[in-house]
Design a protein around this ligand. Structure first.
Ligand code: PRP
Ligand code: URA
Length: 209
């Protein structure tokens, strides 16, 4: 059974509100995206398997626990997903990073893939796909299909703001994928933007508008 979660932690909600404001500039926007990625990473890695180990402390031997199991990879969807990578690596520094580049055709809103570079052993890793915006869900669904074609078995998606349309589409297209977001908004507008949303995430992270 896959998991879907809107993370309602007060720190997450506070930072999402700052992120939404049109008065938040590029520097602060980038910092907030990164901090939110760290907080969402904490929640999304809650079920990582542990194994018992022995560690020698300055006082005595301790039987304690460390991460076990399969290795992780992060796959940001370019461009905006890039803004989440460092925040994730703060908590899981050993993860490898692959990249999938996609942009939405402005008329059809269908995603167009223009880049894909993944770690050679991606099929042996558990993968976390990153994109702050889940709007129609087309980009996330296609990126996840690409990963499955390459043999990836265990996939999670972490986003910041979702529209109900995109959330449902992702859940229905890939029912095996766990989905973590910080906010579920009202709807999409006629241009495929999330309402109230935060505008164009890529432009706000990279200052391109
Ligand atoms: C944005 C966003 C997602 C996508 C979400 O990217 O970062 O990748 O839209 O929309 P969807 O759920 O309807 O597919 P965009 O196409 O603007 O490209 P960019 O990140 O390069 O600006
Ligand atoms: N992509 C964005 O960056 N913002 C939206 O609202 C929808 C898609």
């Amino acid at each position: 059974m896959s998991k879907t979660m809107v993370v309602d932690h007060p720190l997450v909600q506070h930072k999402v509100s700052l992120l939404r404001s049109k008065n938040t500039g590029t520097k602060e926007f980038k910092e907030l995206v990164s901090e939110l990625a760290t907080l969402l990473c904490y929640e999304a890695t809650r079920d990582l398997p542990l194994e018992e180990v022995e560690v020698e402390t300055p006082i005595a031997m301790a039987r304690t626990q460390m991460l076990a199991g399969r290795k992780l990879a992060l796959v940001p969807i370019l461009r905006a997903g890039l803004g989440m990578v460092d925040g994730m690596l703060t908590l899981i520094p050993a993860a490898k990073v692959g990249h999938i580049g996609m942009y939405r055709n402005e008329e059809t809103l269908e995603p167009v893939e223009y880049y894909c570079k993944l770690p050679g052993d991606i099929a042996e890793r558990d993968v976390i796909v990153l994109d702050p915006m889940l709007a129609t869900g087309g980009s996330a669904c296609d990126a996840i299909s690409q990963l499955k074609k390459r043999g990836v078995k265990h996939i999670k998606f972490i986003g910041i703001i979702a529209a109900p349309e995109g959330f449902e589409r992702l859940k229905n297209t890939h029912p095996d994928v766990d989905i973590y977001v910080a906010a579920m908004d009202e709807k999409l507008n006629e241009n495929g933007y999330i309402v109230p949303g935060l505008g164009d995430a890529g432009d706000r992270i990279f200052g391109t508008k």
